[in-house]
Design a protein around this ligand. Sequence first.
Ligand code: ATP
Ligand code: MG
Ligand code: MG
Length: 580
Amino acid sequence: TTPPVSNFLRNIIDQDLKNQRHATKLWAGRPGPAAIQSTGQVDTARIRTRFPPEPNGYLHIGHAKSICLNFGLAEDYGGACHLRFDDTNPEKEEQEYVDAIIDMVQWLGYDWKYQNEDNLYFASDYFGYMYEFAEALVQAGYAYVDEQTPEQIRQTRGTLTEKGTNSPWRDRPAEESLQLLREMRDGKHPDGSLCLRAKIDMASPNINMRDPVMYRIRHTAHHRTGDQWCIYPMYSWAHPVEDALEMITHSICTLEFEDQRPFYNWILERLRDLGFFTDPLPQQYEFARLYLSYVVTSKRKLRQLVEEKHVDGWDDPRLPTLAGLRRRGYTPEAIRLFCDRIGVSKADSRIDYSVLEQALRDDLDPKAPRSVAVLDPIKLVLTNFPEDKEEICYAPVHPHNPDAGKREFPLTRELWIERDDFREEPVKRYFRLFPGNTVRLKYGYIIQCTGFEKDENGQVTTVYAEYLPDTKSGTPGADSVKVRGNITWVSVKHAIAAEIRLYDRLFTDPHPDVGDKDFLQLINPNSMQVVQGWVEPGLVATPDAHWQFERLGYFVADRELSTPEKPVLNRTATLKDNWS
Ligand code: ATP
Ligand code: MG
Ligand code: MG
């Protein structure tokens, strides 16, 4: 493995470690999760990062960038990375998504255990702390209960060029706000009637600092806390608290949160001054999110594709969800390699889909066993090959790895070959089968085409040829006749029938999620083609097994549908790039 390429985050961490910014400090007496508390002391000389998904959908390739970054940094620096479910919004969150997210982080090969800590957390477990801190902020005059409607709050917030205006409730006595906050918590007020706001500065040039809302009332059951709470914290207030409770050192998020950083710091500094936390506080850093061509990664759009059945579930192999990519045949190593290659920076850029596909090829090429399949079969009859004869041919399992051994398969009189490997009339530079031409049956004999047959629609059904004895691959006579074409084949009697799914891009437009395009209008109607093909005898299509089919590309046995008796194969990628 090559040493990690430096980036601005690594430079920051190197600097922090050099300065011992996160020197060991005692946990005792601080609020926070038991798993860390039980260690008594947290070695924050090492870094602590987190990956904080909201369990409201499936993870996608963009999340992989964040996972590889956060878990990867922790791994490289011998620190910890927490998996934290940011489940502060009860409306759209579900246990199904929690389970799917855990599955995918593990599939990518990452672990949230660190020494004797099991760093899997739920923000909802901190609702009690958040409430306690909120009361303290109110008492200290840093927050107030506002009685304006959500609409009034929006209207008085101002704009980029116009200052906001103070709420009439802004300067009410702390005691009054405290009383109302308790009533909010106790369910005495309907949704939207009151909210808790930070008291900062309605004239701030940063709109996020104009008294942001901290708590709102939602009489909605939560997937973990049930009916225990009817007030829920806003993300921008909950997140710094979650980070501080877990003693996160580097809180890495995407660029759109840059404007939230002042509020993140404001909250933590106030809570520090009130004695809840101590320096050094967690520090937020931003990096550019991943934009990949030909896909949509917004959860809302992905959900729409799934719910309106434009695709077949969250793990449809055409989706850029991690579950979909896995089912498509992507390996965790390929995704990690991709994330390494794209790197992290502070500038948004679009990554071409071909970069992802190339990472897959580079991962699979050295390790995928080779095999042969025929996707669009026509019959080839070797008229001078005896009816009952079966001649064993040999091929390497992997051309560059002799240790992987050899495959064996029989050559017989009737074979399946690709329709495309025969032409009635050759075009220029076509070296495969046409009447009179000679080609090699890969790993077998040289054959000469003698004729063909068509059905009433003019479709070629059968090609006839004679084989040239003494020209078998690997024998002394192999090179006695020179040919320019080399075609793959399987024996009709021995081939295994397989359902093969050929996928293409889901969208016809390289940027389906840009601007106000109607992405549903851009769906490629031919994104999946199902063919009945034939595969090499000996191929065992257990779920997730993968191969490089010679000349065709990388294929995987579908993890949901494939059995060795009835293979269902997905084309993961062709051998050559056809995206860019
Ligand atoms: P969406 O906007 O599609 O709903 P999200 O960003 O809200 O996605 P979260 O579950 O909140 O989804 O994301 C968890 C983490 O993954 C966040 O820290 C977020 O920054 C990161 N993340 C999400 N999408 C991308 C992306 N395209 N590139 C890099 N990181 C991402
Ligand atoms: Mg989010
Ligand atoms: Mg979002």
